[in-house]
Design a protein around this ligand. Structure first.
Ligand SMILES: NC(=O)c1ccc[n+]([C@@H]2O[C@H](COP(=O)([O-])OP(=O)(O)OC[C@H]3O[C@@H](n4cnc5c(N)ncnc54)[C@H](OP(=O)(O)O)[C@@H]3O)[C@@H](O)[C@H]2O)c1
Length: 245
């Protein structure tokens, strides 16, 4: 007889319970977690953005994941496509962080080689914490200078951002808990560098067809084995959690 697992409805969980579902016991152990949303047929975008694939409940999960993270990390492509502004955690999350000995807000960090980012745009306007930008030696000097006025620009690698070195930098800055919110190119690079510890995937109950990309793209296939670590349900959406095997 197959055993049936009860899948908890996440709407019943409050912020602390959601955090309890995802957080690790020892937050000093470096951990890189990814959070993505996908349609049932594997699309990572709808009309060029991810928002239309999710719902209010998966936004709550994203907020809970941000709440206990030290860093929220994204690729420059996602910043350009989604127009990232402030993280806007909300009162309950800020209170949870402060009560648990964390700074009020996580650090926002971007991975970019070309540094084609507007220093006067969302993430750099009145941030609660100075953002980080990870780049490489070949980045254009004039853009590096412009962005250095609004962020710490950190060089990791020669022609590409060395993501292992980036993680070492984050650890050295006492920022071990990393939440990466995409996008597909950055996840592809991360799989190649073998730095992914966890994937949280919100599987929406839609199929979209079209030519949208998957949540990971890279030049080479790279197999990384994961193990199932949990699932919640939000109406028809499944919130899946997988850890590095
Ligand atoms: N479904 C989801 O959950 C989800 C999540 C996030 C984003 N998205 C969607 O995905 C799309 C954006 O994805 P994307 O793949 O174009 O962008 P992305 O992965 O967010 O960012 C790609 C960029 O990051 C930089 N980058 C990544 N790895 C690097 C490395 N190892 N070395 C140097 N630079 C590196 C490069 O920046 P430079 O070009 O500046 O050199 C690269 O062009 C948007 O449509 C967004 O809405 C979906």
């Amino acid at each position: 007889m197959p055993t049936q697992q009860t899948i908890h409805e996440m709407a019943a969980l409050d912020l602390a319970e959601l955090i309890g579902h995802y957080a690790l016991d020892d937050r000093t152990v470096p951990h890189l977690r990814l959070n993505f949303v996908s349609s049932l047929d594997g699309a990572a975008t709808l009309d060029g953005r991810s928002g239309g694939l999710g719902n209010e409940q998966d936004q709550r999960v994203m907020n809970a994941l941000r709440t206990f993270s030290d860093v929220v990390l994204v690729g420059a492509g996602t910043v350009r496509a989604e127009g990232y502004g402030g993280l806007d955690l909300g009162h309950d999350s800020v209170r949870w962080r402060v009560e648990n000995g964390l700074p009020a807000e996580p650090v926002f960090a971007i991975v970019s080689g070309h540094l084609d980012l507007d220093p006067e745009s969302g993430p750099f306007v009145d941030p609660p914490v100075r953002p980080l930008i990870f780049t490489h030696d070949g980045a254009p000097a004039h853009r590096r200078r412009a962005l250095s006025r609004v962020a710490d620009v950190i060089t990791c690698g020669t022609n590409t951002v060395d993501l292992r070195q980036m993680r070492a930098e984050l650890n050295a800055r006492a920022l071990p808990q990393v939440l990466c919110e995409g996008g597909p190119s950055l996840l592809g690079s991360m799989l190649e560098a073998d730095v992914v510890d966890e994937l949280c995937l919100s599987l929406g109950a839609t199929m979209v067809g079209g030519e949208s990309r998957r949540i990971a793209v890279s030049d080479h296939e790279t197999v990384r084995h994961m193990r199932f670590a949990g699932v919640l349900r939000a109406d028809d959406m499944l919130l899946l959690r997988y850890l590095r095997r």
